[in-house]
Ligand binder design. Sequence first.
Ligand code: ADP
Ligand code: MG
Length: 318
Amino acid sequence: MISEFALIERYFTRPASSADLGVGDDCALLSVSPGHQLAVSTDMLVSGRHFFADVDPHRLGHKALAVNLSDLAAMGAKPRWFTLSLALPAIEEPWLAAFADGMFDLAREFGVELVGGDTTSGPLNICVQIMGEVPTGQALLRSGARPEDDVWISGTLGDAALALDGLQGKISLAGEGFAFVRDRLERPLPKVNLGLALRGLAHAAIDVSDGLLADLGHILTRSCVGAALDWESVPLSNAMRSVEDLSVVRRCALSGGDDYELCFTAPACVRPHIDALRDTLGVALARIGVITAACDLQVRDVRGEPIEIERHGYDHFA
Ligand code: ADP
Ligand code: MG
């Protein structure tokens, strides 16, 4: 079996081109571009809690980085560097090679560089810390939503939660639809370019990791506003539309986690600019409601009647 240091050297050391000093010393050395702030976030994935222990390691490597890139996207920050802290039950080289490939493939796509980390034995646990930069004062905060802003969402909602229901045998999904939602759960695509394009357009943004209502709820709380959403405008995939039980569809789309879409608010005057992003970025964008001065969150059906909201999203300790 290879040693800890050989493992780091073989799987997690790549030439650092944008760091002053990358993997191999006691610290990495990084220089932030002049006139920029460093945006830092971390997300941990725990086996059995955030992923199944037997999940495809290439997908796991992708997801560990993707969920962190999603946090930078939500701030409108450009990805620069990340660190990787790994607890591994054993050194399984084919697993490590696939995991590293999945992670570095995505890292290359977004120009983000692995600059350090920590490796230990223990129950499988993956913790990425990500660093990006944003021109000073231009980050998209949760606290900027204002009454009468439009509420927007990228992509479709609830697919990852639907896949989880399928994997747990709670519902049965047909082949193609299941493959699609499973991809959404296991290979989320962070909306980094959308986040960058929203600088100067959006008043507030968040990525949907715990469910639309829970995450939009964070914007509302931090901005001291409310929102009225139209259920009919909530974007659903074909796979989701094929589910007959409306209560499952609503639970997944409104309260299901792990979608990593961006939810943001913006004034009505920038609608044409946001509409144009669909073509320039090739991303689906839906306007699903409006910010209100009253501090509550309502979802209305097609007749304008409030929909009973069952659950406000995922809470690790609930
Ligand atoms: P220390 O004992 O000072 O914590 P380590 O021996 O843990 O140093 O790590 C040696 C070098 O390898 C450091 O530069 C560290 O950042 C890097 N490193 C350790 N684990 C990883 C990993 N999983 N991915 C990337 N770099 C790592
Ligand atoms: Mg260490």
